[in-house]
Design a binder for this molecule. Structure first.
Ligand SMILES: NC(=O)c1ccc[n+]([C@@H]2O[C@H](COP(=O)([O-])OP(=O)(O)OC[C@H]3O[C@@H](n4cnc5c(N)ncnc54)[C@H](O)[C@@H]3O)[C@@H](O)[C@H]2O)c1
Length: 254
């Protein structure tokens, strides 16, 4: 078991990549705390995964600072200081009706603020409140879920790309500042991964059109991301920090 008795906090663990990572981390012996604003999905995840090990759910909207602080305080008091923090939650296409994924000219300021507050500020807050106690242990792994959209220019999702680019910079900056404390900080940059977030988008373009730009000629799965997250969480990546690792079937390599 690669994560035996390690405490792992996974934001957005109620769905998609976070859910797959929660499952894999549990099978590798971790105690998992899922943080998500979707209470129904979160409770369902706990019910589905509890046979695998110690998993619990903490409801929290990452866009609301008092909720993030309260969630982190609760985790520290009831579970303990995490060894692994996977800042995975994010808002994207699945919330089309709620926040606009569009060019800057078509993005209302409120949507810009909301997308950055959840995707970037939410990860900042989780890391601020849980990362500081991690310093005392002198060991730990922090993982951000960015996107290839944070690494290369993708058009017409400008607030989303800005939020993900912010996570790329934050990853490198924190790797620098936390390295001397034994904390590794890395980011996963997923390509197209089949999760509820992008179902509306997957339905828009033809499969052939999508696969033409992916050398491995398939859409990624949540398990593809979970495997990389496990590597970054475990001691197998003990000398890896400050890296933005694409998990995209080779899409940004061509
Ligand atoms: N699916 C893709 O193709 C793709 C590509 C690149 C990056 N990503 C990133 O991967 C991460 C995981 O997304 P996914 O594909 O698994 O999608 P998903 O929609 O299945 O999962 C996202 C989870 O985050 C939670 N969440 C969203 N906003 C939240 C908030 N304010 N507070 C708490 N929880 C919140 C959702 O409830 C959900 O459980 C996201 O950061 C996303 O931006 C996804």
């Amino acid at each position: 078991m690669l994560l035996k008795d390690k405490i792992a906090v996974i934001s957005g663990g109620a769905s998609g990549q976070g859910l797959a990572s929660s499952r894999l981390f549990l099978t590798e012996g971790a105690r998992v705390v899922i943080v998500d604003w979707n209470a129904e999905q979160g409770e369902k995840a706990v019910a589905d995964l509890s046979s695998l090990g110690d998993v619990r759910f903490v409801a929290c909207d990452l866009g609301q600072e008092p909720q993030v602080r309260a969630a982190c305080d609760r985790i520290l008091a009831e579970v303990g200081t995490p060894h692994i923090l996977f800042n995975n939650a994010g808002i994207g296409y699945s919330e089309h009706g709620r926040f606009k994924m569009a060019s800057i000219f078509d993005t209302p300021l409120e949507d810009w603020d909301a997308i950055l507050r959840i995707n970037l500020t939410g990860a900042f807050l989780m890391t601020k409140y849980l990362g500081e106690p991690m310093l005392d242990r002198k060991a730990g792994s922090i993982i951000f879920n960015t996107s290839i959209a944070g690494v290369v220019g993708q058009k017409n999702i400008d607030a989303y790309t800005a939020s993900k680019g912010g996570l790329v910079s934050l990853t490198r900056a924190l790797a620098h500042s936390l390295g001397e404390h034994g904390i590794r900080v890395n980011a996963i940059a997923p390509g197209t991964i089949d999760t509820p977030m992008i179902r509306p988008v997957l339905d828009q373009a033809s499969t052939a059109e999508r696969l033409a730009v992916i050398p491995l000629r398939r859409i990624g799965t949540p398990d593809d991301i979970a495997g990389l997250a496990l590597f970054l969480a475990s001691d197998h990546s003990a000398y890896v920090t400050g890296q933005i690792i694409a998990c995209d079937g080779g899409r940004v390599a061509i």
